[in-house]
Design a protein around this ligand. Structure first.
Ligand SMILES: [Zn+2]
Ligand SMILES: [Zn+2]
Length: 180
């Protein structure tokens, strides 16, 4: 390597080996007495740039798609939670018993959700907007579909928040619904 004369015409063949291949060759050299001929072959198909390109083409879009899908699922779940009323809020809403003899002239006698007529003595849930429904029907509607009254579309959580806030301002015990 330190020749005073010009060495540019000297070519020293060299090859890079991975550690595993080096060990395999070392092992062979110990067990084989005769000289070995090692044939170096370039595998065109599995050269690293091709692998990299394949990774970029197939793996990256899959990761991006999975990421987009997960974030979309999370957004959907969050939106769904915002659209429905919490169970504890719904369970604190007023209830009344349907009595045929006490029905006033313009009062509903059927549930607007299942369209079944109320039976005498049946338990009904009364929303802050004064519309009533079967407890089972309206509880399922508010907690799994929408937090709006199925008839007048008023947000029951908004009405409750407003009522509670007004009552707190008046320093009173805060029931969820004010009787008219
Ligand atoms: Zn019903
Ligand atoms: Zn209503």
């Amino acid at each position: 390597m330190l020749q005073a004369s010009d060495t540019s015409d000297i070519t020293i063949p060299s090859v890079f080996l991975a550690k595993n291949e080096y060990r395999a060759l070392l092992y062979l050299s110990k067990i084989v007495d005769t000289p070995m001929m090692i044939l170096l072959q370039l595998d065109d198909f599995i050269t690293w740039p091709l692998l990299d390109i394949l990774m970029i083409i197939f793996v990256s879009p899959s990761i991006i798609m999975i990421f987009i899908y997960i974030s979309w699922q999370l957004r959907q779940r969050r939106r769904k939670q915002q659209e429905v009323a919490p169970i504890d809020v719904v369970s604190r809403l007023l209830m009344k018993q349907f009595l045929t003899e006490k029905v006033k002239e313009n009062e509903a006698e059927e549930c607007a959700i299942c369209l079944e007529d109320y039976i005498n003595g049946e338990e009904l849930r009364v929303l802050p907007c004064k519309h009533d429904f079967h407890t089972v029907c309206v509880d399922a509607w508010l907690t799994t579909q929408k937090k709006f009254c199925p008839i007048c579309k008023r947000d029951i959580t908004f009405i409750i928040e407003k009522t509670t806030h007004l009552l707190q301002q008046n320093s009173q015990q805060a029931p969820l619904l004010i009787e008219p």
